[in-house]
Design a protein around this ligand. Structure first.
Ligand code: SF4
Ligand code: SF4
Length: 316
């Protein structure tokens, strides 16, 4: 059964989510990743354009609690990335910066970011994904350790397909040693889309004792055998795998609760791009930057990712 409603939980922080693809270039080329997500020739904005963009965003959302989610490609490979994060953290309305990274760049990049984590306590988070075909365990763990030592929250995602590498156990052990010192480290498997594997379930169980509340929880309502169920959930992988992500025609708060900035600066109300044309261009000072005042009626058959499902929505 599809979800009937997704809403902000009344007792937890609810962020206005901005998802910003800083670059579509990447240091890896994972075989499960669509080519446009790691295109080495994709457009990248200059440092001053990115920093002006963050100023513009902050001026549009002064009274919201904004969480800026930087992703890619690999955002930390953009040479201006630390400057962009520093500029963002200077604005009070930007309560959190969350970086989705594979931690593959030289240590100095993460030293600079860790320094920002120490300067702006509780405001910098990393979602660090480990890709077994490319990543080097020792280098990855040392970068996670560096970030944690500076007070940065880290959620490690072990990206797993149907075949789970034996080295996953060793890596989890190394991360658990870190976890003994840093209670904010969270470890989770992330399934390659469409993967159903009992081994991934096992990894799920091995890591389920590292709970987190990163502002990702949502109160959801659905029907289960004619009974209306209300629950608070943080993970939506099972909702996608179970086909309960069907919201065509629903009223969705994309645009009033979330925004998506593409690598060329084009802005849509959500990652799924519900509008035919961008709302405006964040990188173009002549583009009329104004935000929607209403949400959208969902034009898509499915909500394809957890970030999109988290946007509040309801059946109409
Ligand atoms: S690290 Fe992420 S963005 Fe880069 S190729 Fe792999 S899945 Fe794609
Ligand atoms: S697909 Fe897009 S418009 Fe539809 S419910 Fe999900 S986020 Fe909203």
């Amino acid at each position: 059964m599809p979800l009937i409603e997704v809403r902000a939980p009344s007792d937890r922080t609810f962020f206005y989510e901005v998802h910003w693809v800083v670059t579509r270039r990447c240091t890896y080329a994972c075989q499960y990743c669509p080519a446009h997500r790691h295109n080495p020739r994709a457009f990248e904005a200059d440092a001053n354009v990115l920093v002006d963009g963050v100023t513009r965003l902050a001026s549009l959302l002064p009274s919201h609690d904004v969480r800026l989610n930087f992703s890619g490609g690999e955002p930390t490979r953009h040479k201006a990335f630390p400057a962009l994060v520093e500029a963002a953290l200077a604005y009070r309305c930007i309560r959190r910066c969350r970086v989705l990274s594979n931690l593959s760049m030289p240590l100095d990049v993460y030293r600079r970011l860790a320094g920002l984590g120490a300067r702006f306590p509780e405001r910098l988070q990393f979602v660090a994904s480990f890709h077994f075909a490319h990543a080097k365990p020792a280098a990855f763990v040392s970068r996670v350790s560096l970030l944690l030592e500076s007070g940065v929250d880290v959620l490690v995602k072990l990206v797993l397909g149907a075949v789970v590498p034996l080295s996953v156990v060793e890596l989890i052990e190394d991360l658990r040693l870190l976890r003994a010192r840093h209670r904010k480290l969270v470890i989770r498997p992330q399934r390659v889309r469409g993967t159903e594997s009992e081994y991934v379930d096992q990894v799920e169980r091995m890591t389920s004792d590292t709970p987190t509340d990163w502002g990702d929880s949502r109160a959801v309502t659905y029907l289960d055998r004619e009974i209306l169920v209300h629950e608070v959930r943080e993970e939506f992988d099972a909702v996608i795998a179970g086909g309960r992500n069907l919201f065509y025609g629903y009223s969705c708060d994309a645009g009033i609760g979330a925004l998506f900035v593409n690598n060329d600066g084009s802005v849509h109300s959500a990652l799924c791009r519900p509008e035919a044309k961008p709302l405006f261009n964040l990188y173009d000072p002549l583009s009329d930057a104004s935000l929607p005042t209403t949400g959208v009626i969902c034009p898509h058959e499915r909500c394809e990712c957890s970030a999109s499902i988290r946007i509040p929505k309801r059946v109409v």
